[in-house]
Design a protein around this ligand. Sequence first.
Ligand code: CMP
Length: 222
Amino acid sequence: LTSISFFGDFSMTDIQQASLYMSERTFNRNSFVFMEGEVGDELYIVLSGTVEINRFENGRKSVLTTLKEGDFFGEMSLFDDREVRSANAEVLDTAVLAAIERRKLQCLLETNPGVTYKLLTVLIKRLRRANDRIHDITFLNVRARIYKQLLRLAEEYGIKLNQTIMINLRLTHQQIADMVGCTREMVSKVLNELQEEHVIMINKKRIIVKNQIMLSDKVISF
Ligand code: CMP
C-alpha cells in the first residue's frame, strides 16, 4: 500500500492501520465489480489495473471516468445508505482491488482525519470535473469537446517526454467517443486532422500530445 498514491501522504502506522480494514480481490478484464442499481456495501481502492465507471442508455455507453492505481470508487452508495450504485464499475485491465466494508470505512474515517480530508479533496475534484462536463455539453460543439478531453487526459494520465505528453492509457476511438458523447467516426476524423496538423501523434495505441498550446488554442477558437 505504501506505493499507492491514495496513501501517499500517510505514515507507515496510518497505512498499517488502514490495511487491517481491507481485503484484496482480483477481477478479470471485462468483468464488472458491480452494476448500476445494485445495493452497495463496499468501497474499493485500485491497487493495480484499470476500472471504468460507466452508464448505459439504450445500448449507448457514457464513460464517467477511468480509474487507475491509487484511485477509489464505490463511496457514494456507502455514504447515502438508502441509495444504490449510481454507475457500473467495469474492469478494463485485470484489476487488483482493496475492498473496505461500510462499517470499517466509517471506523477508519472517524479515527483518521487525514484519510477523511483526502477523500473530500478527491470528491471535490470529481464535482469540479462533473461541472466542467455539464459546461462542455451545454456550450461546446463536438470538436471542441474532443480537444478538451485530450487535454484533460494529458493532464491526468500524461507522462512528459521532452516537449511532448504521452497519455498513458490504451484508448480506442470508441472509448474517447463514450467519454465525450459523440460517434466513433467523429473521433477518428478529429484525431486524423490533429495528426495532420502535427498537434498529436499516435504510437502503439498511445496518444502523444505534441503541441499542448495549439490544442488549447483550438478549444478557445471555437
Ligand atoms: P457508487 O454510486 O457507490 O457506485 C458507482 C461509483 O462510481 C460511485 O459510487 C463513485 O465512486 C463513482 N462515480 C460516480 N460518478 C462519478 C463521477 N462523475 N466521477 C467519478 N466517479 C464517479
